[in-house]
Design a protein around this ligand. Structure first.
Ligand SMILES: Cc1cc2nc3c(=O)[nH]c(=O)nc-3n(C[C@H](O)[C@H](O)[C@H](O)COP(=O)(O)OP(=O)(O)OC[C@H]3O[C@@H](n4cnc5c(N)ncnc54)[C@H](O)[C@@H]3O)c2cc1C
Length: 508
């Protein structure tokens, strides 16, 4: 009897050892062996210098030789995975379909001002917080954060941050977000393009590259069904790039419904995973250029959540099921931010001017009929609908901030189709897969992992963890851990302890 128990225990231990070695038993170098943080250098504002890093257009001749991995997409999930692999000595190529690198972290210019695409505030950026520590290590401390005024943790104001109303999500999702912002929020000094600007050089230093204007059309498979590269559209041609590992930051839907070959889309594991999730809520953005400084316009360094109802579940359900013509009159909530007030470098870069962004939840179906039309040529009916949302939002803005009367230089609207075009976000859903109960079910969360049913193809970014800068960054850590077969969380913890010990020694 005891012999049987001992034998079973030995078998169990051998099994566990095999699992551990399979997951973390690689002999890849530790990308977090040394603390690489150094004091931030002055902000680079020269447009040409920034363009050289953020807008390197794809051409076959720019593809480095002997690649170790290709990453599809340059959001934080893609860039962070690439940097971590680069820090472990890998040569990585990142391919971005848009003309600028950064995904939801890219910025764009309109009427002489700069707007963020998708970063308004980020929590837990105090020295010593894990998110800050990781970002310091993958940017060598060059990404600097400015605190905004403390946020009030009102119980349910925060649900638009993950895109579903309170009754459709888990308490843990909500608690995670409240906890994330409980110590206040931060904004990247110099705007959110700083994130890509300071990660790309680390990828280049290891022999890799980040090339834009590089829409990946498909993942290439070898005769054994393993991922072995990607094909990129260049004009009317397809350029094939071969490498042993392919990482997709394009999200689960783009990857499984468009990028993998048709034969793979029918695999039971792929179908099962797609059946568990759906694209999240889509969003319309209003970008407003203002005349005057934050002092002139009496603007605070904060975000405003504006609700017109107390029962948000009912209000959102009613709104989303409305015909599109009626919806603009019944917008149930707005998110209003003044990015210019949060960035300490703004006044030097854009004197006497300010910026405002308003986000409006929308149903993709309202805009779906124009999705095949080319950008800029979607016709008068599309513009009328988009403008109806813009005007409804502006009338609320003017009531809340009457001091802005006569100070508005220009207003631009971006519909869910705009998100689809610039961010390649399926159905204009900027947060990836919906953060509803089905997605947050432990079974779904466990199945949404970097490893895919296709050998050598990995997933990274917000669909692997949760949305948000830090959520997508966690996706990158999980993805890089899987590829390097290292527990990078342990590596980071060890580095953190080492840094703390060094700091204590210095203080003595
Ligand atoms: C309007 C808005 C406001 C937000 N506000 C905040 C906030 O205040 N704080 C916060 O923490 N988070 C915020 N978020 C969420 C956060 O920005 C995202 O969750 C996170 O940045 C997603 O990162 P990612 O790397 O997973 O994906 P993305 O940043 O979406 O990157 C994916 C990239 O893949 C590219 N791609 C897709 N398909 C292809 C292809 N076939 N070939 C080549 N490239 C391809 C896309 O162009 C894109 O660049 C906001 C998002 C939006 C849109």
């Amino acid at each position: 009897m005891w012999l049987t128990v001992l034998l079973l225990a030995a078998l169990l231990l051998a099994g566990l050892r095999r699992v551990y070695l399979g997951l973390f038993g690689g002999n890849s170098p530790n990308p977090f062996a040394e603390d690489v943080k150094r004091p931030p250098e002055p902000l680079v504002t020269d447009k040409e210098a920034r363009k050289k890093v953020l807008k390197q257009a794809f051409s076959a001749s720019r593809v480095p030789e002997k690649l170790d991995a290709v990453v599809i997409g340059s959001g934080i999930g893609g860039l962070a995975s690439a940097v971590i692999l680069a820090k472990a000595g890998k040569r990585v190529l990142v391919l971005e379909q848009h003309t600028k690198a950064g995904g939801c972290c890219h910025t764009f210019g309109k009427n002489g001002l700069e707007f963020d695409t998708g970063i308004h505030y980020v929590g837990r950026m105090r020295e010593g917080n894990i998110g800050r520590f990781i970002l310091d290590q993958i940017t060598e401390g060059q990404l600097d954060w400015a605190p905004t005024p403390e946020l009030q943790a009102v119980l349910s104001y925060i649900f638009p941050t993950y895109g579903v109303t309170p009754s459709h999500t888990t308490f843990s999702m909500h608690a995670l977000l409240v906890d994330h912002y409980i110590q206040g929020a931060y904004y990247p000094r110099g705007g959110s393009s700083e994130i890509a600007f300071h990660t790309i050089p680390l990828i280049q230093r290891a022999g890799g590259a980040v090339l834009t204007n590089a829409p990946v059309q498909g993942v290439l498979l070898d005769s054994a069904g393993r991922a072995c590269g990607v094909s990129v559209k260049k004009g009317h041609e397809l350029v094939n790039i071969y490498c042993p590992i392919v990482i997709s930051n394009a999200g689960v839907f783009n990857t499984y419904q468009h990028l993998v070959p048709g034969s793979v889309r029918g695999l039971p594991d792929v179908k099962k995973q797609l059946a568990m999730i759906r694209p999240g809520m889509s969003m319309l953005s209003v970008f407003i250029c203002l005349r005057g400084t934050k002092q002139d316009l009496k603007l605070q360094s904060t975000n405003y959540y504006v609700y017109f109802d107390t029962d948000m579940d009912k209000a959102m359900e009613r709104y989303i099921s409305m015909p599109k013509e009626k919806a603009p009159e019944h917008i149930p909530l707005l998110f209003i931010a003044f990015p210019s007030t949060k960035d300490p470098t703004w006044e030097d870069r854009f004197p006497d001017r300010s910026s405002m962004t308003v986000l409006v939840p929308t149903a993709f179906e309202w805009f779906e009929e124009w999705q095949e039309e080319p950008k800029g040529k979607r016709g008068a009916d599309y513009e009328t609908l988009k403008n109806a949302f813009v005007e409804a939002s502006m009338s609320v803005v003017m009531k809340l901030f009457p001091q802005l009367e006569g100070k508005v230089d220009s207003v631009i609207g971006g519909s869910p189709l705009t998100n689809q075009y610039y961010l390649a976000a399926p159905r204009g859903a900027p947060y990836g897969a919906d953060h509803d109960l089905a997605r947050l079910h432990p079974h779904t969360m466990a199945s949404l992992r970097p490893q895919t049913p296709i050998p050598n193809l990995y997933l990274t970014g917000q669909d692997i963890f949760t949305c948000g800068l830090i959520g997508a960054l966690q996706g990158a850590l999980l993805c890089s851990s899987a590829i390097l077969k290292r527990n990078l969380y342990s590596d980071l913890q060890a580095l953190g302890s080492k840094v703390q010990a060094q700091q204590k020694k210095k203080m003595k």
